[in-house]
Design a protein around this ligand. Structure first.
Ligand code: ZN
Length: 574
């Protein structure tokens, strides 16, 4: 017994030294972690595992111990078993794989849509639907909806339609001629309207396209019903919407967040960067015990203005809800919906089309300067090379006017790059949060860009080679958020349809792990508390039934998540 005690003390002595060497953040003292551990048994010991730590100093391990929500020791099964006391929960991983919890750096965590709205596509997986199924679902909704009130469908994906044609105005006229009807593309930048909606908005075939958007026409010059980006603004002013009182709205927000939190941990996510959402509801959900994942909250609107007014900077909060970057400030259109701003015309489109810029350089400069000066991490949505250039120009300007070390400006999507853009991104230590599941899920859309552009798109290989902290941003709802689906696409660049695009951008399984864990932590300035299985860090990890390093790469997405653990507590168990 005494011997064992001695051994344990020695072991913690070692891990304490490792902690001291590793962390610089003031809130993790190396001494308290080690000292507390010596005095008491571990809360949890995981052993007999294939642990990929994503910590270069000890990349592989067999076991680890958790105390008070943090990893306290990582090593061999023999070493760590010495830390088991009578109150220690033991988990024999039976040679299963354990990796750090996954981080999604860009997610519109709108659980209320999943719970309450009409879903005309599958949010989580590749699934083809028929146009008739869409019409049927919306007809049911129309029957329960007073005339003149919007009937809306969500999660449409134009390339996951069995009919193999565009959804159009006439399809939606079959839903109703008395209700304005809209089907929203899951990408968030295009929508499809029926004739009633177009008529109520005063849009006809001779209406000119506004700046930053289009009213699309069919081959005969008639409105097709598809409307892109800013042209959709005219529909905000028309039609009635089902209204809810403030209590109902809050209840829907809370239930939606609780619902999506369960989905996140089911797929192995332990940290998600939320694009806005109701901050009060988020705190209430946490208080009632229904928040299973950690949140980096990305603010906009009133919350962002409030932060600036009150002097609240990025990093404020705690390990469960922390204020991160701003939410994405949009500079251009969409990759999946083919409206992103390119420096060259889209291949094969007449008349020549280069996508939509949705912000002027002057407005962007002013917004970035304001946020940057306030000590808040800027974050812009920039897909095309033109938009990324605009973003970098604005950040470089802000840094000249008000130099700030370690600002880590975030580029949401950062899809199409050039050598010069990569150089400037590296110089600013900007963080590209690139699409993850798209390589698998959206391979059917890459033909619109062609192989030349795809070689420079979602450029994980190029960024990692350049030493850029490339991170994962699913952009749910536009993309499914499953991290393993994302990893598979990063490793294979092959889609559900068997087509491979931009194979030059493939990365290894180990690199994909770094992207989905450590680089995600870096993106929110949390690399000292998250992102790897390291003594002193938060005990967030995932147990996988198979090892992504050894399974057929085409099957990484099918690996079962056995358990997701957040802060040492199982948040999900298969
Ligand atoms: Zn987004």
């Amino acid at each position: 017994m005494a011997r064992q005690r001695h051994g344990r003390r020695e072991f913690f002595g070692l891990s304490g030294a490792a902690v001291a060497g590793a962390v610089t953040a003031p809130w993790i003292g190396a001494q308290p972690v080690a000292a507390a551990a010596v005095d008491a048994d571990a809360d949890l010991v995981v052993f007999n595992a294939k642990v990929y730590t994503v910590d270069a100093r000890l990349p592989r391990a067999e076991a680890f111990a958790v105390k008070a929500g943090r990893f306290v020791a990582v090593g061999t099964t023999a070493d760590i078993k010495g830390l088991i006391g009578k109150n220690t929960q033991q988990f024999d991983a039976r040679q299963m794989t354990v990796v750090p919890g996954f981080t999604d750096c860009h997610n519109h965590a709108g659980g209320d849509t999943l719970l309450y709205e009409v879903l005309v596509g599958n949010p989580f997986e590749v699934e083809f639907v028929t146009i008739n199924s869409i019409i049927d679902k919306l007809r049911v909704k129309a029957r329960q909806t007073p005339p003149g009130t919007w009937v809306e469908g969500f999660f449409f994906d134009d390339t996951k339609v069995k009919d193999q044609r565009e959804l159009n105005r006439k399809d939606l006229d079959e839903v109703s001629l008395e209700h304005p009807v809209v089907v929203r593309h899951r990408g968030g930048h295009t929508s499809y309207y029926n004739s009633k909606a177009l008529e109520m908005a005063g849009v006809n075939k001779s209406t000119p396209n506004p700046a930053g958007g289009t009213f699309d026409r069919d081959a005969t010059g008639e409105l097709s019903g598809r409307v892109t980006d800013r042209a959709r603004n005219v529909f905000n002013r028309i039609g009635s919407r089902v209204t809810f009182n403030p209590q109902q709205i809050e209840q829907r927000e809370r239930d939606g967040l609780a619902h999506i939190s369960k989905q996140f941990v089911r797929y192995g996510l332990t940290t998600v960067h939320h694009e806005g959402g109701d901050l009060a509801a988020l705190q209430q959900v946490r208080a009632r015990g229904d928040l299973h994942h950690r949140v980096s909250y990305e603010s906009s609107g009133k919350v962002l203005d409030g932060m600036i007014a009150a002097g609240i900077m990025t990093g404020f909060g705690d390990d469960w809800i922390r204020l991160g970057a701003t939410s994405e400030h949009t500079v251009d259109g969409s990759f999946s919906e083919r409206t992103m701003a390119l420096s060259q015309p889209y291949p094969g489109i007449q008349p020549a089309y280069k996508g939509n810029i949705t912000e002027t350089q002057d407005d962007l400069n002013a917004w970035i300067e304001k946020v940057h000066r306030a000590g808040i991490q800027v974050n812009c949505h920039a897909n095309g090379d033109v938009a990324i250039d605009m973003f970098l120009t604005a950040v470089e300007r802000a840094q000249r006017l008000f130099p700030r070390q370690n600002a880590r400006p975030k580029i949401t999507h950062c899809t199409l790059i050039t050598e010069d853009l990569v150089r400037r991104i590296k110089a600013l230590d900007a963080i590209p949060a690139m699409f993850t599941t798209y390589a698998y899920y959206n391979s059917d859309k890459f033909v619109f860009y062609g192989e030349d552009l795809m070689k420079r798109s979602m450029a994980y290989r190029t960024f990692l080679d350049a030493g850029v902290h490339a991170a994962a941003g699913s952009d749910f709802s536009p993309g499914p958020f499953a991290p393993l689906m994302g990893m598979q696409g990063m490793v294979t660049r092959r889609g559900w349809d068997g087509k491979t695009w931009g194979a030059n951008q493939r990365i290894t399984v180990d690199e994909a792990l770094i992207v989905n864990t450590m680089n995600g932590a870096y993106a929110s300035f949390e690399e000292n508390v998250k992102g790897s299985i390291t003594a002193g860090k938060l005990a967030d990890f995932v147990v996988l039934a198979d090892d992504p390093h050894t399974v057929d790469p085409e099957k990484i997405k099918d690996i079962q998540i056995v358990r997701t653990v957040v802060g040492g507590t199982a948040a999900y168990q298969a």
